[in-house]
Design a protein around this ligand. Sequence first.
Ligand SMILES: [Zn+2]
Length: 358
Amino acid sequence: MDIDFSEISYLVNPCSRTLHADYQQFLLSLIGLTVIDITGENTDEWRVISTLLHGNEPSGLIALHRWLTSENELPKPKTNIRIIISSVEAATHQHLFSSRHLPDGVDLNRCFNEKGIKSSKDDKGKHVDGYIQRAKLIEKAIREVDPTAIIDLHNTSGNGPAFAVTTLISPNVLSISSYFCDTLILSDINIGAMMELDFSCPVVTIECGGSNDDQAHEVAYNGIKQFAKCDSSCALPQDKAVQILYKPLRLVIKPDRKLSFSEHDENYSGVTLRSNIEQFNYGGCCEDLLLGWLDDNGLENLEMINDQGVNVIDNYFKLVDDKLVCNTGLKIFMASNQRDIARSDCLFYVVNNVNNHL
Ligand SMILES: [Zn+2]
């Protein structure tokens, strides 16, 4: 598909005809990167809601459409709100919400911080420059309204509870997170995601839960409603207690190693994860928990690089016979048994399980 990466469509206070009867028709009516401005009570202040950086993560769009159309007239937020709908082409490619990015494209949410972009040999012939250009357009669309808060709505690949991610914790970041969930991850991972940019305001990524989970759409909707109506004359009010988890690490499989999912040890080469790996997104993993099986290369198949650039996999996992088990109590996020995403992004994120009640 040919994309005009220099193009951006603007809608201001769209009427019900423009919004269509349902989110599918609305999405299909969009051409590409789309910005929607909604006028608030205080027209001097802006907040930004970003969604669909990944085309297969629909909760943000579904919830935004519901928020915009649930009454006879548009909602009146406390401040102006700029909505940015990014990967329209990927979201409408073949089946709706089935593609993270187009087959000849790259992950848009890895293109915001050029330092974080590793152009691998896999990316040859893909429109990397076009996606960097689109990321720059999105960044510009955010900067031109000088927002006081930004949320970026996503779904996880596998099922799991909602959580928030940020690179900098402040009272307002905790408040915004509390509108959506009760867990906030402080991340210093540099992968070129939008939230890594400095907009001089809170930037919170919300992982609403699994993309096919109605509960995830509900989390997004309720959070947007609260985010839009909260009064920010000083600090935003916090809705509930939020637990902070520090500095997740990414467990990745090395290139060219085979990745499988199974209920049993099948003696496959490479790495085999338990097919029910997603269930460990809920709650914690205790020491000695079995997560899968490894071939004769053992932990060499895997890598977990810390912020010093050191592979620390031995601190978190160990090999017992040919079993991959936890070496300590830990918490995992975003585990998924979708092989493509697990291979191209990471198997899952890991944090030390410092609290018993996790
Ligand atoms: Zn995403």
